[in-house]
Ligand binder design. Structure first.
Ligand code: SAM
Length: 199
């Protein structure tokens, strides 16, 4: 397993360099329609790298973050309300957030499907989801996937099309943008209320 608890300093300073500029611009466009004080949840926030990018374009939102690693969370920026928790069991009421963001973290979740159920539960009816991930169908993405498997990580990497279908099954409409060997997902809940009634 990657010892995240001892690597906060490393991710705090090197983490931002792993995000392509286009992906950050896309995040800003994605956040633009949100109303003032809308609640944003950063899942697997680590030291808060993705929240920091979001804050640069929307400093009027309420920032909440979860991560199981306290050694990462202690580097969170002052404006983030940080909770020690896992994406598979979110300590929030139903329909608490307008938007969920996940950066380089989905592949670390033990049970991504359970995490998606939790995301749907805590999002408001027309809530939105932004994901930044590595594509295991590209050489560099595949190499990282292999390295993480060797390190004992869950390495739940999905090709963009596969992640799109998974999210659609959870009631999202999904748009993918490829950034070389990385990609972003912009998704919005469509039939979420109905799906909640069924579960
Ligand atoms: C590579 S770091 C990414 C951190 C941050 N989002 C960023 O962009 O720098 C992955 C993070 O996922 C967290 N993580 C691992 N398992 C998790 C889970 N089940 N639920 C939520 N976060 C998890 C780790 O503790 C770690 O902080």
């Amino acid at each position: 397993m990657i010892p995240f608890n001892h690597l906060g300093w490393f991710f705090k300073y090197l983490g931002p360099t792993t995000y392509p500029r286009d992906a950050i611009k896309e995040l800003c466009r994605f956040l633009r329609p949100l109303s003032q004080k809308a609640s944003l949840l950063d899942l697997g926030s680590g030291t808060g790298v993705l929240s920091e990018f979001a804050y640069r374009c929307r400093d009027d939102l309420r920032f909440v973050a979860i991560d199981p690693s306290e050694g990462m969370l202690k580097f969170s920026p002052y404006y983030v309300e940080a909770h020690t928790a896992r994406a598979e069991a979110l300590p929030f009421e139903d329909e608490s957030f307008e938007v969920v963001i996940i950066g380089e973290a989905l592949h670390h979740f033990q049970d991504p499907d359970k995490a998606m159920q939790e995301i749907v539960r805590v999002l408001k009816g027309d809530g939105r989801l932004f994901i930044y991930e590595f594509d295991p169908g590209r050489f560099l993405g595949k190499s990282i996937c292999r390295a993480e498997k060797m390190a004992g990580e869950p390495a739940n990497f999905y090709k963009p099309k596969v992640l799109k279908s998974m999210l659609e099954e959870h009631g999202f409409s999904v748009e993918i943008s490829q950034h070389g060997w990385r990609y972003t997902v912009k998704a919005q809940l469509t039939g979420a209320a109905d799906l909640r009634l069924l579960s």
